[in-house]
Design a protein around this ligand. Structure first.
Ligand code: GLN
Length: 204
């Protein structure tokens, strides 16, 4: 069974755990560096990015999370988690983890509309996704090789870049598991790697 961590320092942790388990994977709470061992992927939840960064430093997780990225395993940031992943944050001199090749801007949707829901067309999904935005950031630009997966009102709100997936909204706050399922599909399947050479499938 795939083991998927959820950074459990602050924010919408329990909802991500429920989504992961609804998709048939094992959810693992991550608070300390040793919790990262044996994970196949990790989700960084929404919440408040500056608070989360303080806690990342307090729990000694900055280096270990960067090392996790170095290992090539999939990482998914939602809302504040997206801000943590970004290589660039508009108006700030330094990023947090600085590992996903995107630039983001915080609190992009204006005070009047701090929280709202909107049906979102997502690349590769037939039906729109009812996306919940809470003081959401947006993605200003996606580096070479990255892919824009969703836009709202001309702003990029979902993207993928190598093993990183990020969105401005909170997919875990709905019962629609398609985005979590998509993220889980980014984990290389064990059978694909361990098939013996003699297998008929090895030609594929
Ligand atoms: N505005 C928050 C931040 O900058 C993110 C909001 C959220 O995660 N819902 O961290």
């Amino acid at each position: 069974m795939k083991r998927v961590g959820v950074l459990a320092l602050q924010g919408a942790v329990r909802e991500h755990v429920q989504s992961i388990e609804a998709c048939g994977a094992k959810a693992v709470l991550v608070k300390w560096p040793s919790d990262l061992e044996d994970l196949d992927a990790i989700i960084l939840p929404g919440g408040e990015s500056t608070t989360m960064r303080r806690l990342i430093d307090r729990y000694g997780l900055l280096g270990p999370l960067r090392a996790f990225a170095e290992s090539g395993k999939p990482m998914f940031g939602t809302c504040a988690g997206l801000i943590l992943l970004a290589k660039e944050i508009a108006g700030y001199p330094e990023p947090h983890l600085g590992i996903m090749d995107i630039a983001v801007e915080r609190n992009s949707f204006g005070r009047q509309a701090e929280s709202f829901e909107a049906p979102l067309s997502i690349k590769g999904m037939e039906e729109p996704f009812e996306a919940v935005f809470i003081r959401a950031p947006h993605i200003v630009s996606v580096g070479p090789g990255g892919e824009v997966l969703g836009e709202l009102g001309g702003k990029i709100v979902m993207a993928r870049s190598s093993q990183f997936l990020g969105c401005s909204f909170h997919p875990e706050l709905t019962d629609d598991q398609r985005i979590t399922a998509y993220f889980l599909s980014m984990i290389p399947s064990e059978t694909g790697i361990s098939l013996p050479k003699s297998s008929v499938y090895s030609k594929v």
